[in-house]
Design a binder for this molecule. Structure first.
Ligand code: NI
Length: 265
């Protein structure tokens, strides 16, 4: 209504007919006087606009490329002094980060490893206290598995974990209802906990990795640590960027099939 009223009282409406004709003639005259220069200026303005549009499109494409080229390396069930340390050495050498899904029961005596992970920009996720199948536990038992582990993280790091990986990837409705954190599964299972040759493991991971992949590994076997030295440079060469699972969550959220956001959260 307001807009309509405004339009009715607009200057064009109030301008007498003769005045309008004079104005039109003046505009025509100015355009003719401007001649070629005016045309060039108009073309230049259009070119600038087109360039701006192209730049914006390129920016959007670049942002999309950065987002979609992310990969999250994850290591479960540790820390194990020798293997975890070796993996951290390799990550540090290439200046990349990863996520460690740590068991609460394995924190005592390995505090320095957790501190080093955090210092390096790695994420520490909650993998329960005792590696329990959460689908077989009561609500109270599930809460205790998560809370006891976060208490250990709190003791060492001063804060709990932001993400949980249920052992074996087992979860159901009640597990999802009880755990108030995103459940992080995986998109690539390396089966690296079985005795494996480092070269075979490296070529399998490099072949299977895709934009947005969450790669499941374990910091238990030396073959995994050795494979990292081939996996990271090969994936960097393919243009991938290594992110933690919380970073991936921010970028992709529910678009990543491996991430289960809590109900109502
Ligand atoms: Ni596990």
């Amino acid at each position: 209504m307001k807009r309509e009223k405004y339009a009715k009282q607009g200057p064009a409406e109030r301008l007498p007919k003769a005045g309008a004709i004079m104005l039109a003639l003046l505009i025509l005259f100015a355009v003719l006087l401007g001649g070629r220069e005016g045309t060039v200026a108009a073309v230049d303005a259009a070119a600038v606009d087109a360039a701006a549009v192209d730049a914006a499109a390129a920016d959007a494409a670049a942002a999309e490329a950065v987002d979609t080229a992310c990969i999250a390396l994850t290591f479960d069930d540790g820390p194990y002094p020798k293997v975890t340390e070796h993996i951290l050495d390799v990550l540090e050498k290439h200046s990349v980060s990863a996520t460690f899904f740590v068991l609460g029961s394995r924190v005592a005596g390995r505090e320095a490893l957790l501190l080093r992970m955090e210092e390096m920009g790695c994420e520490i996720g909650n993998h329960t206290f005792s590696h329990a199948d959460l689908t077989k536990l009561s609500r109270e038992q599930i809460e205790k598995e998560i809370a006891d582990t976060n208490a250990e993280f709190e003791r060492v790091l001063g804060h709990g974990a932001a993400v949980v990986r249920p052992p074996y990837g087992y979860y159901n409705e009640s597990v999802r209802n009880v755990i108030a954190y995103p459940l992080i599964l995986w998109t690539v299972d390396t089966n690296d906990w079985r005795p494996r040759n480092a070269d075979e493991l490296a070529s399998a991971v490099v072949k299977e990795a895709q934009a947005g992949s969450v790669i499941l590994m374990h910091d238990q076997q030396e073959s995994t640590a050795a494979a990292m030295d081939a996996i990271i440079p090969a994936l960097l060469a393919r243009g991938f960027r290594f992110v933690t699972v919380s970073e991936l969550l921010t970028i992709k959220g529910e678009a990543c099939s491996a991430i289960k956001i809590p109900e109502g959260g």
